[in-house]
Write a protein that binds this ligand. Structure first.
Ligand code: ADP
Ligand code: MG
Length: 722
């Protein structure tokens, strides 16, 4: 680590037990994962309420923890009907809607909760005989301001409402933050003065004070603006520094030679213009003595894997090895087969592409490990397990990560540290990434794009089958499938769930939709119904899903690839990479349960050969809903970049990075990639300026510390996940 430890410990790194005491600190750690002063102070309010303004009660969601401002209307204490004891029922109101609070055997509550008193109430919304209630809520009552002169300020004072849990209420967080803020010494600002002045931003300490203890609305507005900028600035500085560090490390330069020439000469097609261009960028990277760190994005079928294979041949020229990481075992198998096929017998014999996955039989696995460590295998294909400690390489020159979004900064950092010299890294992705997301998530990478598809690709027609308006059309779907089968083609039928009880995780706009989908189409039931559907009589229909053992999955895929299965009823295990040119048709059931990019990926499985593709998105979502809009968006265009932008628009705030976001506490709090594109770009430029003038940040100690803290958080999150 090149950052010297600071002489004076940073107040943000202090444990919470100091200022708050062990009990409160433990509650905050357990309930909200907050350990340090910095963690607590960056637990920002979700919104601001006012004592004079009541929260609308009519739209409270059932089963969720809520924090609301309301007025007590009525209090009753009555004996319970069937049991001994009494029940206090308190009706609170926002002036329109009503909500009942219930307390068992706590008659004394009636003394506190008097009609006319206002307060802030927190609890889980329950539904009792058709009316909403909070059982045993926490509350804090406002003390009425008697003096009319200050009454207005009292009513308008913003009350921060924090993300809370059933064990830690919003006002408990607020009190803890108050204690910490009172004892906080002035903090150095990671954003340099010049930048801050130019953008008219509040200093750090002031911003923290006002985000948590605003006296008027404009306070928290200005505070959030400063903190949001700081977040974007520190993130971009971290990514740029990462990039700069990588440039300072040495890697083995790799020059392509005979192997690649021979391969190119034997290719049965010519490379597309984009493949040639990106190939040029990659060979320039490989020929330099610093590690390549490049992302190649391009549509499914645009020939990214081929580009990566050519890079592997360049590395193999000087005896270096390449590792190809696939997201699943099925895809690793498929990659190996297609690499062997594409290389042809001679090159395969020389380069010995080898499969190394966790599920190999012991003897085979040992052989593969040996081939990797001895260097006899120039190409090793596997899953992420390849990065584990147990796998060693003789001379790892290149790591290719295929179709992998969950490969974040931390993993790339782990890779950089693997082996004596860091390997070159190439990340392939078929999901076009909007520029601001790329900057945020892959800001340490160079980016190449393949926009052009190889010639001779067949068009894909996409249709929405709207069951809300036309429930009968599903019958027509199966007729259409049987027509395709009659032409000798094959079909995929994709379901969101495996069976009525289990739902495979799908990438979706709102996680809630997954849990509330007991009726979504599932492989087991759809399989049974298609097998007994007279329209498909005599057809070979088989299942494929993530709960099948991996050899079985692989066997099914191979039989489908050989044309021995007509219809594959599957979950999203077929999402990425699966390449069966004869499969012309894809039916996606309950298509609204998938995200935009996932639907686009799925569609990419058809129209891969000379056979025109047909994609039917079946959905029961009503016209005008967001769910329906997503599906229509995908059906309306084949342009992945257009879809990526559309997706960004349709997604809910904060959900854009999904699991891409680096883990846990280190993820973005105020910056919203969907909205803050300009801010991110500006922050990047300004951060770059600072790093150019002062690469070691010797004159920017506060920024240096903020970057070190970020990296620590990231490695912690990484270790926690692995
Ligand atoms: P991606 O990884 O981007 O999905 P692949 O590299 O797997 O795409 O290529 C998809 C298919 O197209 C493969 O069968 C590959 O051999 C073929 N292919 C790649 N480049 C070309 C090209 N320039 N012309 C024709 N076919 C190509
Ligand atoms: Mg591919």
């Amino acid at each position: 680590m090149d950052v010297a430890s600071p002489a004076v410990p940073n107040p943000l790194d202090a444990k919470l037990a100091g200022p708050l005491g062990a009990r409160t600190a433990a509650a905050l750690a357990k309930g909200l994962g907050l350990d340090t002063v910095g963690d607590l102070l960056s637990h920002y309010p979700r919104r601001y309420a006012r004592r004079g303004e009541l929260t609308a009660l009519t739209e409270l969601p059932i089963d969720e923890n809520v924090t609301i401002v309301a007025e007590v209307l009525e209090v009753r204490n009555r004996p319970m009907r069937a049991k001994r004891g009494s029940i206090v029922e308190v009706t609170i109101s926002d002036g329109k809607g009503l909500l009942t609070l219930t307390f068992f055997n706590q008659a004394w509550r009636a003394n506190e909760l008097k009609p006319g008193v206002r307060g802030i109430f927190a609890g889980k919304v329950g539904d009792y005989r058709g009316s909403k209630q909070l059982a045993h809520p926490d509350y804090e009552l406002f003390e009425a301001e008697a003096d009319p002169a200050t009454a207005k300020a009292w009513a308008e004072l913003p009350i921060p409402i924090y993300p809370a849990t059933s064990t830690v209420a919003s006002w408990q967080v607020q009190k803890a933050i108050g204690v910490v803020l009172d004892a906080l010494p002035p903090l150095d600002d990671p954003v340099p003065d010049a930048v801050r002045h130019a953008r008219k931003l509040l200093p750090f300490s002031k911003a923290l004070e006002l985000v948590h203890r605003p006296t008027v609305d404009s306070d928290w507005g200005a505070a959030r603006k400063a903190l949001r900028f700081q977040e974007a600035f520190v993130l971009q500085a971290a990514l740029l520094q990462q990039r700069q560090r990588l440039r300072e490390t040495a890697a083995t330069a790799r020059e392509a030679g005979r192997l690649l020439e021979g391969f190119d000469a034997a290719l049965p097609f010519t490379l597309t213009g984009d493949q040639v261009f990106v190939g040029g960028e990659i060979s320039a990277d490989l020929a330099a003595a610093v590690p390549m760190n490049r992302l190649v994005q391009g549509e499914v079928g645009s020939g990214k894997t081929l580009v990566a294979l050519r890079a592997m041949l360049a590395v193999a020229e000087s005896g270096g090895q390449s590792a190809l990481l696939a997201p699943t075992e099925v895809l690793a198998h498929q990659h190996l087969r297609s690499i062997v096929r594409t290389l042809g017998p001679d090159l395969s014999a020389r380069l010995r592409p080898t499969l190394l996955t966790g599920q190999l039989p012991v003897a085979e696995r040992r052989k593969a490990l040996l081939a990797a460590v001895s260097g006899s295998a120039s190409i090793v294909v596997g899953t992420h397990a390849l990065l584990g400690d147990r796998v060693e390489f003789y001379d790892l020159g290149l790591v290719v990560v295929d179709e992998q979004h969950r490969f974040g900064v931390e993993q790339r950092e782990a890779l950089r540290l693997k082996g004596a010299q860091p390997p070159h890294v190439l990340v392939l992705t078929a999901t076009p990434i909007p520029r601001t997301v790329a900057m945020t998530v892959f800001g340490d990478l160079d980016i190449s794009s393949i926009a052009e598809l190889p010639a001779g690709r067949s068009p894909i027609e996409s249709f929405v089958v709207p069951l809300a308006e036309h429930p009968g059309w599903v019958g027509r779907v199966w007729e259409r499938v049987s027509e395709e089968l009659a032409k000798g083609h094959q079909a995929f039928v994709v379901c969101p769930a495996i069976d009525a009880t289990q739902i495979e995780p799908v990438e979706i706009s709102s996680a809630k939709e997954v849990s509330t989908s007991p009726t979504s189409a599932n492989v087991t039931e759809v399989l049974a119904s298609l097998q007994s559907n007279p329209v498909l009589a005599g057809k070979r229909i088989e299942p494929l899903h993530g709960r099948m053992p991996s050899e079985e999955k692989d066997a099914v895929m191979q039989r489908f690839a050989r044309g021995e299965i007509d219809v594959l009823v599957a979950t999203t295990v077929i999402e990425v990479g699966v390449d069966v040119p004869n499969a012309s048709t894809m039916v996606v059931l309950d298509a609204d349960r998938f995200g935009v990019s996932q639907l686009h990926q799925l569609r990419g499985r058809v129209g891969r050969g000379g056979v025109p593709g047909l994609c039917l998105f079946v959905t029961a979502a009503e016209e005008g809903t967001l769910a329906r809009e997503r599906v229509e968006a995908v059906a309306s265009t084949l342009d992945g970049f257009e879809l990526a932008n559309k997706d960004l628009e349709l997604r809910q705030e904060g959900d854009v990075l999904g699991s891409v976001q680096s883990g846990g506490r280190s993820s973005l709090r105020l910056v919203r990639v969907a909205k803050d594109g300009d801010l991110i770009a500006e922050a990047r430029e300004l951060a770059a300026g600072v790093l150019v003038d002062d690469p070691t940040l010797a004159n920017h100690p506060a920024l240096r510390e903020a970057l070190a803290r970020r990296l620590d958080e990231e490695s912690e999150a990484f270790l926690a996940k692995n």
